[in-house]
Design a protein around this ligand. Structure first.
Ligand code: HEM
Length: 481
């Protein structure tokens, strides 16, 4: 038997006993209220069950009702404090990096690698984030509108035209994956991209799972897929370095053609590399996972909304008619066209407010700290569902009502209450990328098709990202704006 499996079994039996011993030891610290739950498992299963039945909001509300906005429990084998509310969002997003570090659950760290941005803090985080933003900033991304446009049209040609019924969610995942594959890895349609798709699916399925490395677990499959992707990206790095070396003789390679080429070209003042190969690989992986799943979910929720809400549909179509009537047939969308899609982006923001793709996040406690009179000890993790403030009446009156006009105002809500993209120094650096791909995709969906939901039950569950039970099946008809 593989020694790692023997070790895992040992951990499963011995750790819970040790764990119980430590936790039941008398402590004089004023710990937050709450029960630890079962050894090792804690309340992991009850939370994951709530996510899978789309009742995670109720899980949080019940917890807050029972214990208040600060409570302790055991999640994925780690002592955890659950924080809730706008004050908690502000505290976490503005907390110094000596108190809270951005450590993800063990499964995320093992699958994505130790040097991925979500694991880093302090100057390392700043350096890696700066490198990623040098590619993800609007001034650079505006030159990729045309490439995104081509990917979207190719996708529609292959998967939508000539069809009467499609499943929106898997198609949007495939589209955003292809956009990312082209712009992050520089890998176009073909066998290599197909292999990436397959491996990333396994990575995503096990990235937030019990970190039990046995042959039949999701975690094990995810680890194996991550190892395969790493080998593929290493090979890409080699090829791209070679191509960049020959840059003077060939027009095919440029440091700006994709994220990987950009990262391998970045240098310090003394000409040493800014990021190590391990950092480039870990972060390319994290960007693929963080980027393609989230945006595809946003677009799918917008497709569902537009099928259900005739008034939003009428206004949004009008916006796209205006843009389409000034374009010649086959002419690519431009950065200036996207600037005219103001209402569409407000609809997207309101969709993110009501159905945020990211439900909860984690930080690691580096030093004991006091919060609301309780001591949170070093070594614990902080978990919070930031987006719960988006459905709080105090921040957004009549919160269940879909009202895109809320986002007409410069600041539609109190600080740290609209947090679909997070906040502070960890705020999503991919929000502009997400905006561009969402607007381009919506433009072609609205210009080329009308649609109706095929299935009455268009509910979803979280795994941990939202998943539609039937993939959101829709009947489509061609149209010409
Ligand atoms: C609708 C789409 C998206 C949503 C709702 C979203 C949401 C978020 C949220 C809430 C966080 C912060 C998590 C935390 O504080 O723990 C985050 C971080 C991050 N996102 Fe996004 N994201 C989206 C799209 C993207 C895209 C397209 C990319 C890449 C191109 C991306 C890359 C990242 C990265 C690298 C981080 C980590 C930042 C850091 O730790 O400094 N995201 N995202």
């Amino acid at each position: 038997m593989n020694p790692e499996y023997i070790f895992t079994l040992f951990i499963l039996i011995v750790l819970p006993l040790l764990y119980l011993l430590i936790l039941t030891k008398k402590t004089h610290k004023n710990l937050p209220p709450g029960s630890w739950g079962l050894p090792f498992l804690g309340q992991t299963l009850s939370f994951l069950r709530a996510m899978r039945t789309n009742t995670a909001e109720n899980w949080v509300q019940e917890r807050v009702k029972k214990y208040g906005p600060v409570s302790k429990f055991n999640f994925l084998g780690t002592p955890t404090v659950f924080l809730h509310g706008q004050a908690a969002n502000k505290f976490i997003y503005t907390c110094d990096c000596n108190t809270l570090a951005n450590q993800q659950p063990t499964s995320v760290r093992r699958v994505m690698g130790e040097r991925n941005i979500m694991e880093l803090s302090g100057i390392d985080h700043k350096r890696v984030r700066g490198a990623l933003v040098s590619f993800l900033k609007p001034e650079v991304l505006k030159q990729y509108v045309g490439r995104m446009d081509e990917e979207v049209r190719k996708h529609m040609e292959m998967h939508w035209h000539g069809k009467e019924q499609v499943q929106a969610m898997p198609l949007m995942k495939s589209l955003t994956f292809n956009i990312m594959s082209s712009l992050i890895f520089g890998v176009e349609q073909g066998a290599r991209r197909d292999a990436f798709v397959e491996h990333f699916q396994h990575i995503i399925n096990g990235v937030l799972s019990m970190p039990v490395n046995l042959p039949f677990t999701r975690f094990n499959r995810s680890l194996r897929a991550s190892a395969k992707v790493r080998v593929m990206v290493k090979e890409l790095l080699r090829e791209k370095r070679q191509a960049l070396k020959q840059q003077h003789t060939s027009a095919a390679a440029s440091a700006n053609q994709d994220l990987i080429s950009c990262l391998i070209s970045l240098r310090n003042e003394d000409d040493s590399v800014l990021l190590t190969d391990e950092e480039i690989i870990d972060n390319a992986l994290v960007i693929m996972v963080a980027g393609h799943d989230t945006s595809s979910i946003l677009i799918t929720f917008m497709i569902r909304l537009l099928a259900n809400d005739p008034s939003v549909y009428a206004t949004i179509v009008q916006e796209h008619e205006e843009i389409a009537k000034n374009k010649a047939s086959g002419e690519l969308l431009t950065w200036e066209d996207l600037a005219k899609m103001k209402y569409t982006w407000r609809v997207a923001m309101e969709t993110l407010r009501i159905t945020p793709p990211v439900f909860c996040s984690f930080r690691k406690v580096l030093t004991d700290f006091e919060y609301e009179g309780y001591i949170i000890p070093k070594g614990w993790q902080v978990m919070w569902a930031a987006c719960m403030t988006q459905m709080d009446e105090k921040n957004f009156p009549d919160p269940s009502k879909f009202d895109a006009t809320r986002f007409e105002k410069q600041s539609p809500s109190p600080p740290f209450s609209f947090v679909a993209f997070g906040g502070g120094s960890r705020m999503c650096p991919g929000n502009e990328f997400a905006r561009i791909e969402t607007l381009v995709t919506l433009h072609y969906l609205l210009s080329k098709f009308t649609w109706k939901l095929s299935c009455r039950n268009n509910s979803f569950f979280r795994d941990p990202m939202p998943v539609f039970n039937d993939g959101l099946s829709i009947h489509i008809k061609p149209r010409k704006l």
